[in-house]
Design a protein around this ligand. Structure first.
Ligand code: THU
Length: 133
């Protein structure tokens, strides 16, 4: 299906997770405006607050190479369930999403993933438009 490649890349990225404290490995892959794909994993730190989530790792890699807009994002955490992105990652997705209804793909495994829209998982979001009022 349409997002199979994105899903595979997110699953692969999870292998690189650095999660010695939580032992909770996460992988992500983001599809950008030109159909390029960037992967990411969570990267923890002995100073816990310095941890970066997989989704933000992927998004920041893409942005720091000149990409501007997210078309879709896939994430895998616990392979026994569909892990949802944390609140901070949902907010970061909102800042750079092409639209409020981009797909957020929640992966259990290659054959089992569900698709939500960003607006569904972060309704009533605070955006740059709110600052213009
Ligand atoms: N984590 C992510 O990478 N993405 C999320 O959306 C949820 C949480 C990571 C952060 C930390 O390394 C571990 O999962 C446990 O919170």
């Amino acid at each position: 299906m349409k997002y199979d490649r994105l899903v595979e890349i997110a699953i692969e990225a999870r292998e690189f997770a650095y999660a010695p404290y939580s032992k909770f490995k996460v992988g992500a892959a983001v599809l950008m405006e030109d159909d390029s794909i960037y992967s990411g994993c969570n990267i923890e730190n002995a100073s816990f607050g310095a941890t970066n989530c997989a989704e933000r790792t992927a998004i920041f890699k893409a942005l720091s190479e000149g990409h501007k807009e997210i078309k879709a994002i896939a994430v895998i955490g616990d392979p026994n369930t569909h892990t949802y992105p944390c609140g901070i990652c949902r907010q970061v997705m909102t800042e750079f999403a092409e639209s409020a209804d981009i797909p957020v793909i929640l992966i259990k495994n290659k054959e089992d993933y569900i698709i939500k829209t960003l607006d569904e998982i972060l309704p009533g979001s605070f955006t740059k438009k709110d600052l213009e009022k």
